[in-house]
Design a protein. Structure first.
Length: 948
């Protein structure tokens, strides 16, 4: 207590007295563990660094013998001063240091002193000291030495670091530090090294961030080439770098315009960065893919009201899909998490929102849609325009005579003041006003449901985040007892000497239909483990749901934890290599679960009661000693056609390879005008349906004897009716369009069939494993137009049937509470606008007027989608969009920012597109005049180059 009081009064003493008092106060080793005294001593010592740096350093070193933190603080404090005064002093101290810990402290101080400084004179004795220490085996010491050398302009050190980045014989720690050092030193030649290691999984993130520091004309193409293979965190780094300079940004927007990068990957905060580049040509490009921002307070108030109606659960909008907090978390991770912390996860750029008024809708919407109006001063961003063209937007965290430190969405940057050409404090929040703009209505509802929820939920697995399932390096994305679970050489290891209760390592992703492949080794085949699938974490730490078992007497069985217990009791013990690695494969689609061990099937269960979505977890069972290892984990999401109507795209064609197609004959009979693909037997493979039949996708492996391509291949035909229908090739069939969809929610894909024009549309109920004819249910009594569509018109997550009804008016139909009842129809067209008779040709869906809503297009014009779905008809805009045609596709073919229309002749020759011009004017552009009578037209990326 006495020493605490003395320390608090040192500042009041005469200058000469302070040194002696502090020498005495800091001589007590017991004080090192006191919660208050070391800091009180430091507060008293710190001002002396400016009075007499040499004497202050001696005091810090002396005090550090008893209280180590004081030595570290004093060296760092002296290093923060003018390098002309501090460097020589620190070099002398480093020369006298007796151990690596002290040497590291001095070197950190020197690096602190050199931050943001250029042209600093090399202090006396440094070169000799560097040579004497650089051969150390201590990697951290070596890299701290190299950092000082690079900052002092040592060309040999810089060249060595460049080589180290690409040297596989150097450690990962050395290579990562080399990148950071050369980026800080602004070594332009390092850009070549950074591009080289973009192929390295361990260094790619550092390289992506580092390339933002260089005006390298080759960087954008190098980044864009590998973009689609990047996991979400690295995509974030890539986009941040591409938004940091005008030249980089133009190439990014070009890639978005050509569809090589999805437009919704350009999140609103990145758009803010692009706007801060303040380039007129860039802004024009940005408006094509993003549009313009709302500026006035009245606009924002109106927008808030629009979203309040959208989020109102009592809204009369037809059949809105329920908000999905798991999807909401996935959207949050994509749009918000890089800046905000929620439930302990996320960035620190903005405030932690866990304790805010998240459940208050007015508070939430005002913060999201008008963040500048409620921005706290400490979150006011600084925009720094650097001399080399880079623009950095971030929160000011620190500033001294040489540098400013800005916290951005992806990293903390220390920027030399000498490099800043212009600097200003923005009056707008780093959180952009149009954060919700690229989201669908269902995504908005789900995001709000997640953000306003009382606790954490799993995150829906999507194509954007599935690569985060397992990094292969650590347990990021998994939750479990760190004493029991670890990663060794890429293997997840669960190890216990014995447990009273089961325990799990739980993954954060919630997965629906999927294929999971992994290798598992139960050491000595002792103890018990398992793989949870489609499961739910419980409040008490337990996990509820399916488990694919691992353990003597249990291998290959399927058990339901905290449920119905053993569901499949026939084991796979005969296929197991005891004590060795075993390949486990699990496929879940709809209500069907299948498992294989070492290629041999164990489980094939159709379980309508089972969960259709849930987390994956790894188990350590209660009981005796257990060691289980998992490696080569691979999670694949299994999906069919997207609800938006897009078709699967291929991977980019490898250089030097020619694109070719192979025809597989499914049948030589005429069964249907149209076909659909879907997984009708829930085996994880896409089958093909054609009216009254469906063809089962073959499994890999040798074909049965006598079955080959000459006999129709290994696709097996199944009848949907009691007997398949066949038609004379010279006439019509009675099925013009087919779509797969699980309409009754039993986990099996049913089939929608559009009958002959003017006849009903039906859906056939999949009976699953019990087999037999599929029950037929009528959706609508009359379906006019030869090319009706089944698409998500209002972006509520559910598809609607778009067709001409019995009164020859355009309409759409949705299922009610039970799909067995005829569907509810809403008329889109008013009487007399466009007659849609049974053999009418041509229909498409897309955003014609850039209002974010999908409009309906026919050859005679287009209906404008209303802001809110009601029973009212839609406004019609007459437009000459061609003769009778097949499906019409909407796409910006000329890259001018508006939607054009693709079509093809149904009964004559030609494929064309109509270019949209101002005032609803359209100009026909021919693509081909030789192809005749196309009754189907699909727009898809065939060769994987990003263009349809």
């Amino acid at each position: 207590m006495v020493r605490l009081q003395l320390a608090s009064r040192v500042a009041l003493l005469p200058e000469d007295a302070k040194w002696e008092i502090l020498q005495g106060l800091t001589s007590h080793a017991d004080d090192a563990s006191d919660p208050n005294l070391p800091l009180m001593y430091w507060y008293a010592m710190e001002p002396l660094a400016d009075v007499d740096p040499k004497r202050a350093l001696a005091l810090g070193l002396s005090a550090g013998e008893k209280i180590p933190i004081l030595k570290e603080y004093m060296i760092r404090r002296i290093g923060a001063g003018d390098p002309k005064k501090s460097l020589s002093l620190l070099v002398e101290g480093l020369k006298d240091a007796k151990d690596d810990a002290t040497r590291l402290t001095f070197l950190r101080g020197m690096n602190e002193s050199l931050k943001g400084r250029k042209g600093v004179e090399v202090p006396a004795g440094w070169n000799e000291l560097f040579i004497s220490l650089i051969e150390t085996r201590n990697i951290e010491l070596k890299m701290q030495l190299a950092s000082v050398g690079a900052a002092l302009g040592d060309k040999l050190v810089i060249e060595t670091l460049r080589r180290m980045i690409g040297d596989d014989n150097s450690s990962l720690q050395e290579r990562r530090e080399a990148i950071k050092i050369l980026v800080r030193a602004q070594d332009a030649a390092a850009a070549d090294s950074l591009r080289f290691v973009l192929a390295n999984n361990d260094l790619r993130g550092d390289a992506l961030r580092g390339l933002a520091a260089f005006d390298d004309p080759k960087a954008p193409a190098a980044i864009l080439t590998l973009y689609d293979k990047l996991p979400p965190t690295e995509r974030r780094d890539a986009l941040a770098t591409l938004c940091s300079r005008v030249g980089y940004a133009k190439e990014l927007l070009g890639a978005i315009e050509s569809k090589k990068i999805p437009a919704n990957h350009l999140t609103a905060d990145l758009v803010t960065n692009l706007r801060n580049l303040n380039d007129a040509d860039l802004q024009k490009l940005l408006e094509k893919s993003w549009g313009t921002a709302r500026e006035t307070a009245a606009d924002k108030k109106k927008l808030i009201e629009v979203y309040k109606r959208l989020l109102d659960s009592s809204s009369p909008a037809p059949s809105p899909q329920s908000p999905d907090p798991e999807l909401g978390r996935a959207v949050y991770a994509r749009t918000c998490q890089q800046c905000h912390t929620l439930f302990g996860s996320g960035g620190k750029v903005g405030p932690d929102i866990t304790g805010s008024q998240r459940a208050n809708l007015d508070y939430l919407l005002s913060n999201v849609l008008d963040p500048t109006a409620v921005m706290a001063k400490e979150y006011q961003p600084t925009i720094a325009r650097l001399a080399d063209g880079r623009v950095v937007t971030g929160i000011l965290k620190a500033e001294n005579a040489a540098t400013v430190t800005l916290l951005t969405q992806t990293e903390t940057l220390v920027i030399p003041i000498a490099d800043i050409e212009e600097r200003k404090i923005s009056d707008k929040s780093m959180m952009p006003d149009d954060l919700l703009k690229p989201l669908t209505s269902h995504e908005v509802r789900s995001l709000v449901a997640y953000v306003s929820s009382p606790g954490q939920s799993p995150m829906l697995a999507t194509a954007d985040n599935v690569a985060t399932f397992y990094t292969g390096k650590d347990l990021t994305g998994w939750r479990g007892d760190e004493k029991l679970w670890s990663v060794e050489n890429g293997e997840i290891v669960g190890k216990t000497e014995g447990l009273a209760h089961n325990t799990w390592l739980v993954n954060e992703l919630s997965v629906g239909d999927f294929r999971l492949e992994l290798d598992v080794k139960l050491v000595k085949n002792e103890g018990n483990s398992g793989i949870q699938i489609r499961s739910t974490p419980m409040a008490n730490g337990e996990v509820k749901g399916y488990q694919a078992d691992v353990g003597a007497g249990w291998w290959g069985k399927l058990y339901e934890e905290h449920g119905r217990a053993l569901l499949w009791d026939k084991g796979g013990e005969a296929h197991v290599k005891n004590g060795d690695w075993n390949r486990y494969e699990i496929v879940c689609v709809g209500s069907r679960t299948q498992t294989w061990i070492n290629g041999q099937k164990c489980v094939d269960l159709d379980d309508p009661q089972g969960a259709r979505r849930g987390i994956i977890a790894l188990q350590l069972h209660s009981g005796g000693k257990t060691e289980v290892r998992f490696k080569n984990l691979r999670l694949t999401l299994l999906t069919g056609i997207e609800k938006s109507g897009s078709y699967p795209t291929s991977k980019p064609l490898e250089e030097g390879k020619k694109l070719s197609f192979k025809r597989t004959k499914l049948s030589d009979k005429f069964h249907s005008e149209g076909v659909a693909y879907g997984d009708f037997n829930n085996d994880g493979k896409l089958d093909i349906a054609a009216g009254s039949v469906w063809f089962e996708h073959p499994h890999p492996g040798p074909l049965p004897k006598g079955v080959g391509a000459e006999k129709g291949g290994p696709w097996k035909m199944h009848s949907i009716l009691e007997k398949p229908k066949e038609f004379d090739i010279k006439t019509y069939s009675d099925t013009f369009m087919n779509w797969a969809e699980d309409l009754d929610g039993d986990g099996k894909q049913d089939l929608i069939v559009v009958d002959f024009p003017g006849q009903p549309t039906w859906w056939f109920q999949n009976p699953g494993a019990k087999g037999g004819a599929w029950a037929r249910n009528r959706m609508v009594p009359v379906t006019n137009n030869e090319s009706p569509q089944y698409l998500d018109v209002d972006k509520d997550g559910k598809r609607e049937l778009i067709y001409g009804d019995g009164s020859k008016r355009m309409a759409m139909a949705r299922p009610g509470a039970t799909p067995l009842v005829e569907w509810s129809a809403t008329r889109i067209a008013a009487p007399g606008e466009v007659d849609i008779p049974n053999f009418y040709h041509g229909l498409g869906l897309g955003d014609i007027n850039k209002d974010g809503r999908d409009d309906l297009v026919v050859p005679h014009g287009w209906w404008e989608a209303p802001e809110k779905q009601t029973s009212d008809t839609w406004p019609f805009h007459a437009a000459p969009l061609g003769e009778a045609q097949a499906q019409m596709q909407i796409y910006d073919f000329d890259g001018d920012g508006d939607a054009d229309v693709l079509g093809s002749s149904a009964h004559k020759r030609g494929i064309w597109w109509y270019e949209q011009q101002p005032d609803n004017k359209w100009v026909k552009r021919e693509i081909d005049s030789s192809i005749a009578q196309t009754h189907a037209l699909v727009l898809a990326d065939i060769n994987g180059d990003g263009l349809p």
